[in-house]
Design a protein. Structure first.
Length: 244
């Protein structure tokens, strides 16, 4: 019997991933204080992510018997490639991160929860299956790590980056469909799940609403913290002034 979504292989993988992620993120947050140490860790995870997405695309190409399978033709695949290269060669909080982190986080999280490709082979360790799970999990881990150590700082002021990045993906997807013959590239024509209306034209507006809600909540939280700090500072000043 092939591995199943929410089967024991899937759930075991998720459990191991969660434990490793929580433990290592706590350790990194506690001990990796210097910029140099954080940069080394981030770039190492970026290299690991690049290796995973490369393994995945090679496996898919071999499975399909077509070298064009090396080209990422989904939001998650392309985001894993872009994110890995961005953190390996880019600077902290660079412009590309203000697009790709959001797309990678949402795509990787949803895919890990519902990996529809997990049933493609009788073996859970089939190349295209395990590499797919790994590049999604490492990508999700990297997104969380970047925000945790402030290597990436989200802000609503960079919303244009999301629009530009999305248009770049769609343009590339249109090229794959019309020039190279990828029928389902970036879910432009085909839904993400068969039998549903979830093409990119449905997903994108939902994603935009989620992005707006996240940014509003984040901004309100930041203003609340800033106000609390200001109140505490003013109280300290009053105490100092009241002392004889």
């Amino acid at each position: 019997m092939n591995p199943q979504i929410f089967g024991y292989e899937h759930l075991t993988f998720l459990a191991i991933f969660i434990v490793i992620s929580v433990v290592t993120l706590i350790l990194i947050k506690k001990y990796a204080k210097s910029t140099k140490a954080q940069d080394i860790i981030v770039r190492c995870v970026g290299v690991l992510l690049f290796a995973c997405i490369l393994w995945n695309r090679i496996s898919i190409a071999i499975n399909n018997g077509d070298a064009l399978g090396l080209i990422p033709n989904t939001f998650c695949g392309m985001s894993s490639l872009v994110l890995s290269l961005t953190v390996i060669f880019g600077k902290r909080n660079n412009e590309v991160l203000h697009f790709v982190v959001y797309v990678a986080f949402v795509g990787d999280l949803l895919t890990l929860c519902y990996p529809d490709f997990i049933e493609q082979n009788i073996s859970f360790f089939y190349g295209a299956t395990i590499s797919g799970l790994l590049h999604h999990s490492v990508g999700l881990y990297l997104c969380i790590l970047l925000e945790l150590i402030l290597w990436f700082v989200p802000t609503y002021k960079k919303w244009k980056n999301l629009v530009i990045g999305f248009m770049a993906y769609i343009t590339f997807g249109a090229f794959l469909i019309n020039i190279l013959g990828f029928g389902g590239a970036f879910y432009i024509n085909d839904p993400i799940l068969d039998g549903t209306p979830l093409t990119v034209w449905v997903i994108a507006p939902v994603f935009a609403v989620g992005y707006a809600i996240y940014m509003i909540a984040l901004e309100l939280l930041r203003r609340r913290k800033k106000k609390a700090k200001q109140v505490s500072f003013n109280q300290i000043i009053k105490i100092i002034k009241s002392e004889p």
